[in-house]
Design a protein around this ligand. Sequence first.
Ligand code: ZN
Length: 483
Amino acid sequence: MRIFAASLATETNTFAPIPTDRAAFAASYYPPGAHPATPTLCSAPMVAARRAAREGGHTLIEGSSAWAEPAGLVGRAAYEALRDEILGQLQAAMPVDVMLFGLHGCMVAHGYDDCEGDLLARARAIAPRAVIGAELDLHAHLSTQMVESADVIVAFKEFPHTDFLPRAEELTALCLRAADGRIAPVASVFDCRMIGGFMTSREPGRSFVDRLQAMEGRDGVLSISVIHGFQAADVYDVGTKVLVYTDGDAAAGERLAERLGRELIGWGGAGVPVHLKTSEAVAEAMRMPGGPVVLADRWDNPGGGVAGDSTFLIEELLKFPDMPAAVGALWDPVAAAFCIAAGPGAELPLRFGGKAAATSGRPIDAVVRVRATTPELLIPFEQSQVSLGAAASISIGALDVVLASGRAQTFNPAVFTRLGIDLAAKKIVVVKSSNHFHAAFAPIAAGIIYVDCGGPYPPDPARIAYTKIRRPIAPLDPNPWLG
Ligand SMILES: [Zn+2]
């Protein structure tokens, strides 16, 4: 069989102040054949396709892979150039039996509210009879155009996203079986008509996802994906949906999707933990025994498209100058460059953080000591390596802060340890991450607290000024599923 694989992905926060241009894709752009052996989150289908081709004796034609760190709206020219590059590669690869796309599912460009639907529809037009498969992040906007253009869509099941490679392997296997005529995948979608989501690092999300996986491969159920949605985007398809593929039994798929969707609706807010306000969170952490207590600065997570430079928790921690604490990674390329130029051991007056938007808080002015610097801070995240660019660690009394020139969330304690910070000696560690930190930090944490510092990501969907979202939808409308 002839397989074509490519990847084009970012997560667009349409409310974020950082524009996404072609250069934003440069750090994780790989032309055909150049993709590394390990996946970068959304490019897992490329890695899975290589393995399937090797083991099954198929011919793989690789297209390009491109990923940009989540940020604001993608420029029209950047999207069209990358899309047309991949479609041109597909055209040149024809005829193909299977296409595998590594997508995110909530990429928004100027003039394109549904980039993935647009890409898949154009791929379908090039190869009307090929099997089209796509992997999505669960933080996606599942559109009718995506579902109608693809034969199989599989989303990550885990949040934190620890399963992007196994899901890509499932997608690849399903598409190959469909191309062989062994299965006939039929999609069934249930729209929960709610803006929500849940974490699989806790209950009830953990058991729910375990149950979904036990249902797959039985009674004609091929695949179940829960699209949590991504609330920080003003597009029509924002919200939670359940996507079931059965082997030719649409009615059974619809019943199952609705049953699972209504279960999610019934949870209310149980899928996510309580979030404390800034000062409450620090006080609660200080009351807890042992350390380090990890404070997740949930809404200043670069992985959600915002800057990652807010200073609210730093201001609060500076009220307790003798308490050993660490904050990372704060995005500030200018301050990082100053510290790298000054060098380890130097003391200097530094202004850092609080620059990208009014919601980032005020910049911090302090005399700091440079602890350590690195030309590139690389950290592991599951099977991938993530770069935070050139970085420095600084100390202000007992508080250490990691300043990075690149934007990426704090996936792993290596953000700190690779710059000489001993987390075991800290009472409080602040991470700029929503929940991806959980897998690597939980084993070393004396406790975990989710913090709502009020911005810059829009944390409360009821207060977001949506103009394009379909209505009714909760929490904007009460009981939308009752009609
Ligand atoms: Zn995600």
